[in-house]
Design a protein around this ligand. Structure first.
Ligand code: NAI
Length: 333
């Protein structure tokens, strides 16, 4: 297939070109801009587009893709909340994704955020470089014996369960369906309210859906333990940012670790260091000493990028040869 790759960074090109040489013969054309209504004309005449988390594959873009002859959208990520699946289905455009690449990458980054916040590594780093060897303000707590609440125990959530059980934590889980692997690891399934009321650390690993949009709102924050640590490496809009800022100001939230942000589409993956930050909500988050934010990098390991590139091209090859694909996502689920 000839494929228009959007939101291309140098590492995307490197891993996709390598994977294409290792057993595929797609014609890949790389574009730096994101796919949206303004850039969709670049895709005209391409069989497929390859997109990432912040490309806007909404109804208007899909209509134009269909008009231009594009028959497939290949997501090089797991989440597909940025694609209007109903419109894609109506237009006969196949949507394929990479359901699993390295759950370990995201789970390990999740735990990196927990450890950084708990042991104040972000502050210690700057203090030491400034010749300040005082320990005041850096007091942490033992993870052993603490209760960790995992919302969503799919591939990533269960790896977080495994790691936290290794630390000697009690693990409470909430999901629409219990995962026997998490239970075998000694985790206990509870209601969301019980999880909120008992967890010292709440970590989010469910997808963004209409049901999980703003799952963590003011009411949820009020149900959590005072001083709770909240970690979101899933999707930004699962959390109501205004509510968590209030929670941070009141001390109800004691630590916040984010790899994703509701409005990240305007910020993440770009070097904006010479530009004035216009997002006042994000700017407020940056003022808290007990907040650590990374720019959607949880997936970003060599192993994950190799796997993403391989599966993305396998998906397109399978669509081309069989007319369908095991990693196809549809509006009906
Ligand atoms: P998965 O599909 O294996 O697991 C998701 C789990 O969430 C499933 O067990 C599902 O039943 C559960 N779930 C769905 N709705 C729920 C609800 N209302 N309440 C509680 N649980 C619910 O997905 P996986 O691979 O574990 O990924 C989870 C999410 O992580 C993805 O949807 C994506 O948004 C995010 N992600 C973030 C990355 C990053 O770099 N920060 C990279 C990869 C994924």
């Amino acid at each position: 297939m000839n494929v228009a790759v959007f939101s291309t960074k140098p590492y995307d090109e490197q891993f996709l070109v390598q994977a294409n040489q290792d057993g595929h013969s797609h014609e890949l054309v790389f574009f730096e801009p994101r796919l949206n209504a303004a850039t969709v004309t670049l895709a005209k005449g391409f069989d497929a587009v390859c997109v990432f988390v912040n490309d806007q594959v909404d109804a208007a873009v899909l209509e134009q893709l269909a008009e231009g002859g594009t028959r497939a959208v290949a997501l090089r990520c797991a989440g597909f909340n940025n694609v209007d699946l109903k419109t894609a289905q109506r237009l006969g455009i196949d949507v394929v994704r990479v359901p699993a690449y390295s759950p370990y990458a995201v789970a390990e980054h999740t735990v990196a955020l927990m450890l950084t916040l708990n042991r104040q590594i972000h502050r210690a780093y700057h203090r030491i470089r400034d010749g300040n060897f005082a320990l005041d303000g850096l007091l942490g707590f033992d993870l052993r014996g603490r209760t960790v609440g995992i919302v969503g125990t799919g591939q990533i959530g269960v790896e977080v369960v495994r790691i936290m059980r290794g630390f000697g934590c009690r693990v409470l889980c909430h999901d629409l369906h219990a995962n026997p692997e998490a239970q075998q690891l000694g985790a206990e399934y509870v209601t969301l309210d019980t999880l909120f009321s008992q967890a010292d650390i709440v970590s989010l690993h469910c997808p963004l859906t209409p049901d999980t949009h703003h799952l963590i709102d003011a009411a949820a924050v009020a149900k959590m333990k005072t001083g709770v640590m909240l970690i979101n490496t899933s999707r930004g809009a699962i959390v109501d940012t205004a509510a968590i800022i209030e929670g941070l100001k009141s001390g109800q939230i004691g630590y916040l670790g984010l790899d994703v942000y509701e409005e990240e589409g305007d910020l993440f993956f770009e070097d904006l260091s010479n530009i004035v930050l216009k997002d006042d909500v994000f700017a407020r988050l940056l003022t808290f000493p007990n907040v650590v934010i990374t720019g959607h990098q949880a997936f970003f390991t060599r192993n994950a990028l190799e796997s993403i590139a391989r599966t993305t091209l396998d998906n397109l090859t399978e669509l081309e040869s069989r007319g369908t694909c095991v990693n196809r996502v549809s509006a009906s689920g």
